[in-house]
Design a binder for this molecule. Sequence first.
Ligand SMILES: NC(=O)c1ccc[n+]([C@@H]2O[C@H](COP(=O)([O-])OP(=O)(O)OC[C@H]3O[C@@H](n4cnc5c(N)ncnc54)[C@H](OP(=O)(O)O)[C@@H]3O)[C@@H](O)[C@H]2O)c1
Length: 283
Amino acid sequence: MRVMVAGATGYLGRHIVRELKDRGHFVRALVRDAVRLETVRDAVDEVFTADATDQKALAGCCDGMDAVISSVGLVGKAGKKTAWDVDYAANRNLLEEAGRAGVGKFVYTSVVRAPALENLQLVRAKRAFEAELRGSGLAYTILLPNGYFSDFDAYLEMARDGRVYLFGDGSFRINPIDGADVAAAAVDALDAAAHEVELGGPEILTHEEIANEAFRAAGTPPRIRHIPTWVITAGLTLLRWVTPLRVHGVIEFPLTVLTHDVLSPAVGRHRLADHYKEVRPTR
Ligand SMILES: NC(=O)c1ccc[n+]([C@@H]2O[C@H](COP(=O)([O-])OP(=O)(O)OC[C@H]3O[C@@H](n4cnc5c(N)ncnc54)[C@H](OP(=O)(O)O)[C@@H]3O)[C@@H](O)[C@H]2O)c1
């Protein structure tokens, strides 16, 4: 198939590009900055440069494509835009362009369904795009993955620095998933009928267990400081008051994930401990 990957420069997008090429597909990467394709440039056949919030700049990006896989989203970076600009509107722009070009399938990377998360701005923006996709008339699959391993690299960095900070008593649970496992599901979805695929990693871990795994990988003695959850609850309330949506909308998501159980069906095969063995220090 000829597949356009939007978000190709991101953690998941790079896995998707690699998975597509390994399975023999033609890959067009939609990027804002081709330099950021770095490690997967060899797996990309064509590059289309555009900011997906700019509808005009996207004109023609899906021409000649059989399918689009989008992992475009705002992840952990507070900038000028909100999730409504990117997770919702930029993906809607891509969907319009896909429809205009007569693309046969649209695969969208949304986020895990969990009661604690549904009212957060990022999740509401994603659910709003999911609704557009369902009503678009295009064949589609919505991926609903739990937190990616990349999000837990912060624990490894803290462990390398000698201390991990956890919220509550460390007993909140999650089954994070490797980007490679989500990418495999995204490529499987190209010719599968399922409209929704929930995705979690193979192991349900407490945050304390993840921190200890990080210490083992770092080779440092376990030193954990527990921060009471009320600090986060109070901090979030304050943040929502004193910062604009483009700031608190980005921060409220990870803080909520870290202070609740977030569980998904165990689909992934890769283990976090093995991922940690491969993460190089950032400084
Ligand atoms: N991280 C997680 O734990 C997690 C869990 C569940 C679901 N998800 C969802 O999975 C998706 C991918 O996550 P990720 O961790 O791979 O994020 P990521 O590494 O930050 O990648 C996001 C991608 O979106 C692109 N992008 C952002 N704004 C754009 C715009 N205006 N125009 C064009 N491209 C734009 C980024 O391009 P640049 O390189 O130019 O910035 C990047 O390629 C997101 O939708 C995220 O919400 C993430």
